[in-house]
Ligand binder design. Sequence first.
Ligand SMILES: [Zn+2]
Length: 482
Amino acid sequence: MTTTHFKDVDWIVAWDQDRQSHCYLKGGDLAFAGNEITFVGPDYDGQSDNVVDGAGICLIPGLVNIHSHPCTEVLYRGIREDHSVREHHMTGLYERSCSYAADNDDKKFGAEVSYADLMLSGVTTLVDVTFPYPGWVEVMEKSGLRMYAAPGFNSAQWQRHNHHELHFAEDLAKGRADFEASLEFIDALGAHPSDRLSGIVSPFQIENNTPELLTESYAAAQDRGIPWTTHAAQAVIEFNIMVQRHGITPIQFLAELGVLGPGTIIAHAIFIDESSWIQWHSKTDLKLLGDSHTAVAHCPTPFMRYGAIMEDFGRYKDAGVVLGIGTDTIPHNLIEDMRSAAVLARIASKDGQVATTSDVFHAATIGGASALMRDDIGRLAVGAKADMVALDLNNPIMMPVRDPIVSLIHHAAERAVKDVYIDGRQVIRDHQVLTLDRPGAAARLADAQARMEAGVPERDFLGRSSQEIAPLSLPMAFPSNE
Ligand SMILES: [Zn+2]
């Protein structure tokens, strides 16, 4: 087993177990042997095979991203950023999902680009919520990421026949077959020789699954001791559908089913009863989430583009909700999402002391680890996995280095991420991805996107083209170019 010693590191963000807080250590050492951290503190004097000079770097724990769709979302670059449907209370999710579909064979290239982008922004643990596709396991394995694969299933699919309604095409047999296949996938992943790959049980959306599938899948996760995740309270339209079906909010419905609790991750729980977009008569959703220690995957970027925000991070935290952060869509940059989470919470609460830098950094590390029921990731401490990021303090955008985490989150973002280690293995060196072919995979995206857009008129209920649904941000200069 190889021991690596980071010597005289300018700054280390070390975990203080007693205070349950990250803290700064200046001029300290960190050592790891194999895939485990064996020393954090001043003056390591043990054996070492490699010594790394810690001058000019800050070591932070690898970031934990608890919600993302890496294989498909990158194909929407240039399509989704301005796309919003007013008849759907601004979300563009349903229109895109009904009118666009990525080719299965292209998804591994999307995943390769996204995994690379995530590691370049300091992510070392990733929850990947995806309908399984050929090559998924191979690209996860190749990446070097600590992966939580969440193979999705649904017993119904969204359909549109007009601008304002959402219909459901039910296929209970397919829902059950896909659920069972997802358990087989998860069990096979658990037996994989690399212990970096594991699974999460994932009914994709609350409104697209029968109550039986929700409870049975939750029981399957409990039996295996693994997390369970679903999308809920992610749109006003979904809130209204759940109320029409059951007379209660999506969160209340999940509570009644008995599926809230530690190990449950709700994406995104923004449209709760008290939200200003909802104004429902009850005020229990936050308490249900907090009292049960349910985790919420907070993914501010896609919602803020629609004009919607969580109201607010500080109140969720105070209620006891386990807050983690996810990128969900593009850009896959968890550091920018930490910044957005902090800024939007202050706007929502009109309080500049809500969602401090420390709060959002905690959410992206310890919060995510708790959501995944782990106490050995998201922290630099003896016994934790050697998942860590070296920030470049010599980058002028980090200077003056008075408070490196503030410089990282509010200023530099991924530009400061120099080296990344996962499970003791270096996956990023000097801003370069060692494990994946990022440029090669990115070069495939244009064709993949063109294939996806070519299929739009056939799928769209009005037969529109992708250009009609999501026009370019600027007109073409000469009509002949169109
Ligand atoms: Zn999602």
